[in-house]
Design a protein around this ligand. Structure first.
Ligand code: EPZ
Length: 420
């Protein structure tokens, strides 16, 4: 398993190009299953989870053309096997995003139940209940979900007990070909949901209210092919923004969407970081001044993103005072804490809260990544720690950050990958 060796004491300076959003590209690739016509997708990030999703589409019998850069072409013809096997789903739980489109178009889906995950149980009960409300019959046997709708799905009111991003996306993709109107209540408002709705609309779907808590869909008979460019990855952008702040640097985030980073920007400014919108798709982040401790609570968008919690915690180890980090979305998303403590951070966990005392001089150590965003927090801490930090299991990072070491090195970081 690869590992990163990070030299501490650097200052990140310069401009970094933000890639397309992994968490938009995943549902967008799944949406290609809704039509037999060719689809062309631009700004697909070449990261592990995307390759997994493309392999899954090919496994079902779709044609996927990916030259490694530039647009990706997908054609999901009518001779498709609507099945997602355990071998694939166990490596990426977002494979459950194929449920909605498969039942919607093929009236049947056989998808392996995703197993547990490091950050929490992450069931997909809300996805399945939503499909049942649309008339699908759901059976769970031998670790698989079999969803069938022999007469097609029927539009209905689908109310989510709790907000779920991929649950909203799954039901949105199921509803676009259902008979009649569907109303999704308590829908997720993430930008990735809006990006998916934009693509579906280009394909001929009739959707209103994406980005709000209530989405209204009029089912149509069929969808055509379309061309689409994925939105910028707000979590990658936020990660680099925190990198600029923690190293007291000066970094331009090029090709980002500033309004998708509103919650983080507000907290960084409160903490004493200068964040300036220098163009509609550019943010400049300047650290260097005194850093103040500021509390966060992770919430559904437009609240503070849980996917930036670990990275923000690394920053708070350098801030003056006590910062309380509350994780409200996942039940076990503090696995980076013991690793940061091994780097001399002062953090105490109390249930769903982590209390971070600063500033603390971090010292480089041999640490282990446990999930995608925890690995980012450890690399960020390594940039500012004294000496060398070795981060094991960086395959977690490769799942969601495109060319991360070359982007960081381009900003002045001293980081190298060791294949072990
Ligand atoms: C999406 O996961 C993202 N992944 C996650 O990003 C992100 O952390 C999460 O949303 C929250 O923002 C993708 O978009 C591919 P949820 P998702 O359903 O949809 C519970 C990353 O780092 N829940 O919004 O799986 C669930 O356990 C990843 O890129 C149920 O109980 O998250 C969680 O506590 C990590 N039953 C909460 O809801 C369900 O059926 C929110 O989960 C579904 C969810």
């Amino acid at each position: 398993m690869d590992r990163f060796v990070v030299e501490g004491g650097v200052t990140l300076r310069g401009s970094v190009e933000i890639s397309g959003a992994k968490n938009s590209a995943l549902p967008v690739l799944a949406a290609c299953l809704l039509t037999e016509e060719p689809m062309t997708l631009h700004r697909i990030p070449r990261v592990k989870d995307i390759r997994t999703m493309m392999d899954l589409l090919v496994h079902m019998g779709a044609q996927v053309t990916d030259t490694g850069s530039g647009p990706v072409a997908v054609t999901a013809g009518s001779q498709l096997r609507p099945e997602a096997p355990y071998e694939v789903v166990k490596t990426m739980r977002a494979s459950s995003l194929v449920l909605g489109p498969l039942v919607g178009r093929f009236r049947r889906a056989l998808v392996s139940l995703p197993g547990g995950c490091a950050i929490g149980a992450r069931p997909i009960d809300l996805h399945m209940r939503g499909l049942e409300q649309l008339g699908a019959k759901i059976e769970q046997t031998h670790g698989y979900i079999e969803a069938t709708a022999p007469n097609g799905l029927q539009g209905a009111v689908v109310h989510f007990d709790r907000i779920t991003v991929t649950g909203t996306e799954d039901i949105l993709m199921a509803a676009v070909l259902a008979n009649g109107e569907t109303v999704i209540e308590n829908a997720a408002r993430e930008p990735e949901v809006v990006d998916l709705a934009d693509l579906l609309t280009k394909m001929g779907a009739r959707i209103e209210g994406a980005g709000t808590s209530t989405i209204r869909i009029q089912g149509v008979k069929g969808l055509r092919g379309a061309e689409h460019t994925i939105i910028a990855d707000r979590i990658e952008a936020g990660t680099f923004a925190i990198g600029a702040a923690i190293t007291r640097g000066d970094v331009e985030l090029a090709g980002c969407v500033p309004e998708h980073l509103g919650a983080l920007t507000a907290k960084l400014r409160q903490a004493g970081v200068i964040v300036t919108e220098t163009a509609p798709d550019k943010l400049r982040v300047q650290g260097g001044g005194p850093l103040r401790s500021v509390d966060i609570v992770t919430e559904e968008h437009p609240g503070f993103a849980t996917d930036l919690q670990a990275q923000y915690m690394s920053l708070m180890t350098q801030a003056e005072g006590i910062a309380i980090v509350s994780e409200r979305i996942f039940e076990n998303r503090f696995m980076h804490v013991p690793e940061l403590v091994r780097m001399s951070a002062s953090i105490r966990i109390d249930g769903r809260q982590a209390i971070v005392a600063g500033p603390r001089k971090l010292t480089g150590a041999h640490v282990m990544a446990s999930d995608l965003r925890a690995s980012a927090s450890l690399v960020l801490a390594g940039l500012v720690a004294e000496g060398e930090t070795i981060v094991d299991r960086v395959y977690h990072m490769d799942r969601g950050y495109e060319r991360i070491e070359s982007k960081l090195a381009g900003l002045g970081a001293r980081i190298r990958r060791e294949r072990s």
